[in-house]
Design a protein around this ligand. Structure first.
Ligand code: SF4
Length: 448
């Protein structure tokens, strides 16, 4: 359905890396049929909010923006506003009643229908598409990525795990993986495009399964690492129960697969993990951490924690604090539990922990984690690390910021280096979240 009107669009992306990748897919779909990319919402004829429903305040986060767009529509009558992603998938047509500014809605598996939705919306209707399409992996679409050092590749979508607190199975549907050949085609295009880092994405990335070729995630990761020897390879998010020995060996053996694993634990208590329906106990989690640490020297781990889940007692909370001290995560995403409508916990579990207790427990978790993170950064002072330069630092054009293999941010003097270069940096200082160092020269050879 060609757009003959020359209309332009602007996408405002909320949420995770998967949403950023989806915005690149939406851009490709709309450009393919003749829409132009606008530089800002003020210039655009169509504004699309690509939304995330994982956190409790997802709707509040887009409310102000939709109010602003309602004002913009009064000034520019032809402006169309659409909401894509997990929030409309979760709230469905209720969103149209909540927000008069919205002209169309599109769930995560329906982006190929956007040209039709846009025509329908331009005709004055308020169309909405929420189908789950198990076969939809957006294979064959060449995402229009922003220029930069890193590129995201969604290799699987959806989740079969049904953790009790999580809306993802309801907003993204069942797991469906992109065929191996399509992933490799995308990787080749990224390499040709001059990117230096590839992040393989999935809600539960290590459940990747190529149905035709029988490849699992370890096999895919190995193949991507070999196809892109000049790039760093990252992946997220892993479920602890799906970290196989083969996957660990693949990371250990490949020089360009980064030694960082995001390994959400959510709670340090087996009892709470059971109520969360996480599919493993804390001792199995500890075994996985031990395996990663023994096979990948210097591996950094990050995690997600929920404080005050249904039925959490003081001793469960203490178990979480003990785990944080023991594992020494580089960083953590930390929240207190709030019930999300439609989830198993919302339907079947009592939200027993009072809000002030949740907040106190969360603060204890944050305080401990911040001190662990700061300690780890302090220990890095004096070491020499390889940093992939990403961009100018916000403070000074004379400095660049980049990341170590272990995903630590490092600011250093620019010297001869440019974004995309791999630079040896002597770490001279640590703040609570960032390392600073001295540029010791650009590395002439990039991994291969
Ligand atoms: S593994 Fe659990 S927390 Fe992660 S997306 Fe699936 S259901 Fe949600």
């Amino acid at each position: 359905m060609k757009n003959e009107t020359g209309r332009s669009f602007y996408i405002n992306t909320f949420g995770c890396q998967m949403n950023l990748a989806d915005s690149s897919i939406i851009t490709a779909i709309l450009r393919d049929v003749g829409y132009r990319v606008a530089g800002s919402e003020e210039e655009a004829d169509i504004v699309i909010l690509n939304t995330c429903a994982v956190r409790e305040n997802a709707v509040e986060r887009i409310t102000h923006y939709l109010q602003f767009l309602r004002g913009a529509k009064k000034r520019k009558k032809s402006l169309l506003v659409g909401v894509a992603g997990c929030v409309p998938q979760h709230l469905k047509r209720e969103m149209l009643e909540m927000f008069p500014a919205i002209d169309f809605l599109a769930g995560p598996d329906t982006y190929r229908t956007l040209p039709v939705l846009l025509q329908d919306a331009a005709a004055g209707n308020r169309p909405a598409a929420f189908d789950f399409r198990i076969e939809e992996t957006y294979a064959g679409i060449d995402p229009q990525r922003p220029e930069g050092v890193g590129a995201f590749v969604p290799v699987m979508r959806g989740c079969n795990n049904m953790c009790a607190f999580c809306v993802v199975p309801f907003t993204r549907g069942r797991e469906h993986s992109q065929p191996f050949g399509a992933v490799m085609d995308e990787v080749r295009r990224i390499v040709d495009g001059g990117y230096r880092e590839i992040t393989l994405l999935g809600q539960n990335v290590n459940s990747y399964a190529d149905l035709e070729g029988g490849r699992d995630f370890a096999s895919l990761l190995r193949a991507v690492s070999m196809e892109a020897p000049g790039c760093r390879i990252r992946f997220t998010t892993s479920h602890p129960k799906d970290i196989s020995r083969d996957l660990v060996e693949t990371i250990a053996e490949s020089r360009n697969i980064c030694s960082h694993v995001h390994l959400p634990v959510q709670s340090g208590s087996t009892r709470v993990l059971g109520r969360m329906n996480r599919g493993h106990g804390i001792e199995e989690y500890r075994d996985t951490v031990a395996l990663l640490r023994s096979r990948i020297p210097g591996v950094s781990l990050t995690t997600d924690i929920i404080a005050g889940f249904c039925g959490e007692e003081d001793e469960d909370h203490e178990a979480t604090l003990t785990l944080l001290r023991e594992v020494r995560y580089d960083a953590a995403f930390m929240f207190y539990y709030s019930p999300r409508p439609g989830t198993a916990a919302w339907k079947t579990l009592e939200d027993t922990v009072p809000l002030e207790v949740k907040k106190r427990r969360l603060q204890e978790i944050i305080d401990l984690q911040l001190s662990v993170s700061a300690g780890l950064l302090q220990e890095a002072v004096g070491s020499v690390v390889e940093v992939l330069a990403e961009s100018e630092s916000r403070r000074s054009a004379e400095q660049l910021i980049g990341r170590t293999q272990t995903n630590r941010a490092v600011v250093f003097d620019r010297g001869e280096a440019r974004p995309g270069d791999l630079v040896r940096v002597l770490i001279s200082k640590a703040s609570s979240v960032t390392l600073s160092g001295v540029n010791k020269g650009v590395l002439p050879v990039f991994y291969s």
